[in-house]
Design a binder for this molecule. Structure first.
Ligand code: SF4
Length: 79
């Protein structure tokens, strides 16, 4: 499964680097970078916790498990 850090949303709280230290680091400006983009199945729980704990929702799975964020809006009624 693949993950991505949104460099615009990231505010450098560094929670991800504490929760999943092998997968995230901070760059010279203090913003997160993903060290591993393709996450092994065994590491998914730690990275999922980082996704959930990021206060600004800057980390997301590209093709992985749900982030625990708000439920998607229902589809509008058919006309
Ligand atoms: S927890 Fe979120 S805001 Fe904080 S450094 Fe990581 S990605 Fe950036």
């Amino acid at each position: 499964m693949r993950l991505r850090v949104d460099p615009v949303k990231c505010q450098g709280y560094a929670i991800c680097t504490e929760v999943a230290a092998r997968h995230f680091t901070l760059d010279d400006w203090g913003f997160a970078q993903a060290l591993v983009v393709d996450v092994d199945e065994g590491d998914v729980p730690a990275v999922t916790e980082a996704v959930r704990e990021c206060p600004v929702r800057a980390i997301r799975w590209i093709d992985g498990p749900a982030t625990g964020g708000p439920a998607p809006r229902p589809a509008p009624p058919a006309v």
